[in-house]
Design a protein around this ligand. Sequence first.
Ligand code: GLA
Length: 739
Amino acid sequence: MPILFNEKEMLFKLDTLSSSYIIQVYDEGYLLHLYYGAKIPDMNVKGLAFKGLHTSHNPGNEIINNRLGNDQEFSMDLAPMEYPTFGAGDFRTSAIQIKNSAGNSVTDIRYKGHRIYDGKPQLEGLPATFAREDEAQTLEIFAEDAVTGAAVTLIYTVFEGYGAMARSVRVTNTSDKAMDLEKVYSCSVDFPGMDYQMVNLYGEWFEEREEVHRNLQHGTQGIYSKRGGSSHEHNPFLALIGLDATEEHGECYGFNFVYSGNFVMEVDVDCRCCSRFTGGINPETFNWHLEPGETFQAPEMVMVYSNEGMTGMSHTFHRLYMKHLIRSRWRDVRRPVLINSWEAAYFDFDDDKLVAFAEEAKDLGIDMLVMDDGWFGKRNNDDSSLGDWYVNTDKLKGGLSSLIERVNALGLKFGIWYEPEMVSPDSDLYRAHPDWCLHVEGREKSIARNQLVLDMSRQDVRDNLFEQIASVFRNNKIDYIKWDFNRSLTEAASMLLPAERQGEVFHRFVLGTYELMDRFTREFPDVLFENCASGGGRFDAGMLYYSPQIWTSDDTDAIERLSIQFGTSLVYPVSTMGAHVADRPRTPLATRGDVALMGTFGYELDPRKLSDEDKELVKKQIEEYHRYYDLIHFGDLYRLIKPVDNAYHCAWQYVNEEKTETLVTVVTMRQRRTPFFILRLRGLDPTKLYKDMDTGEIYSGALLMNAGINLTPLHTGATDHAPSTDGTSLKKYFKELGN
Ligand code: GLA
């Protein structure tokens, strides 16, 4: 059983195949965190909680002190607390802070009971990992603040076979007075040391999710979003990895928040050199008013432990998300190769131009035409019409159905762009309902990209959007939606909520968006859903629950995209990354194709402008996409040479589950003057023999992984043997002999 309770010792032990996590119920019901790390068989771990005698600066509990004399062994300020509270003796970062009816925020929770059961609960209104009863086990620890009547349930689900756990927290007001949740984090883990690197994914628009490492220092360090979305700047992912951990080796603890709004993830290192990870909804933009009897459910944090380096951590996230997070039926289905009109035409298109794109695309082997921004209201640039989701008949002269029929007649599917959460001041929707956007009476409304943000906490707003969008989908054969979100939230106030609930707006906005996506995906389960937020501004696990693929970045330059795709792949599966070949000629078309193969493949260019030679290459790329689909989308990814680590080359590799096939891609970002280049592969079976399908040469897995393949170019400019000039790429495909 993955979850054990030892009643005599009052210990909980949560085991996966690779990790153990141990919680103790201490005197007076304090919940202590004893251990998280590689799997251990023991329960005898109570000694791990002691961090030295406390001083007059580290408060102890009154009852324990009276009973034991001056108990110098236990202080809330030093002990590894399982879910630390604010104001009652622990001065490190707290996980929960509740303002009670007396007006203070002192919070103190103690163990009351627990429940262990098979399966996993759904989190009401929130995306979360899911599992059948035979796939996971859950522990709920019931804790209580006896003075205020806040009942706090700590929820832990163990995915035993994956090396992963999911945590969340539920708070119910059992008193007869209102209270305010000022902070409810989803997770806190105390580590017995500070010898870790913090790894996170940093960036901005056009440059999302670059992998960043720093060694922990005393004090706090962390990442956050206050933008309303999970953001381009900091992805809701943080890992603590050993100082000597690498891609291939060492201990890694990965935390990924299943949430698409404001968050905080931070590490607080105390003066005893212990580190506390905490994460959850950003308290700076959050206050949840809880009336008697009401319950608040915090989102989920997924936790992965790997002692096989960052690769092991990524594989766990990928496998877990492919089976237990993404719920679209498209998850396991081959995605259509699409051509998107955005970079091909921007706002300048009509039905004939789109049909001309489709005509060319059909001959190339492309499966779907996506009509991006500009098809609705009177939108000819970005200064109007968001919210008016009816066809611009000046552009689509015969209307939408006629365009779709023409595209379908060519044998292509049809997809469409929406940005549901936004409204242009110059729109019929805004003129009819000026109070539907987020704003503060009397204040100027901040404008970004000429648009305002709708108040998604309002049912009437969501109903209007759903009806507008659903009627288009009900009346037209649309196979795909690109759901965009192109600005951050400001003046986040809602006209419908009372003063004491205005602190809920940011979270209610996210809940409202989730509800709309839920309705949409339930009514149109066959529609392929691609998320987008000015590229990858909401590339998070919350969105993956609804949308099996997300547009990774607006940056379609193949070389710049390498670090974006590599960073994204630390957490998110390859099949979730929208990756297109664009008209960015500084890199050869072949390389652009090879880079875009690391994702859900498509084109973002005017196909009429391709030369005959390029058309042949595009056909070949699409054939390769189909040939390698299963290997790339369902295999394991190995980041062989990261673009952030090496100025010259970037290389990655996919290996199928049976280890019978592997595909290696190498991009020469810049050619060395002394070009000697050996590349060692990973993830193969050392005892198997593999055939290089280009040359027919046969190598053992042991050779490929230890000696490597020699990619030194024969002479400068040669492209047959190695990617030798700047921006060129090379693929190598090996198959097990006899397979
Ligand atoms: C965002 C998206 C782009 C495109 C434009 C349209 O920037 O990331 O792909 O859809 O909006 O306005």
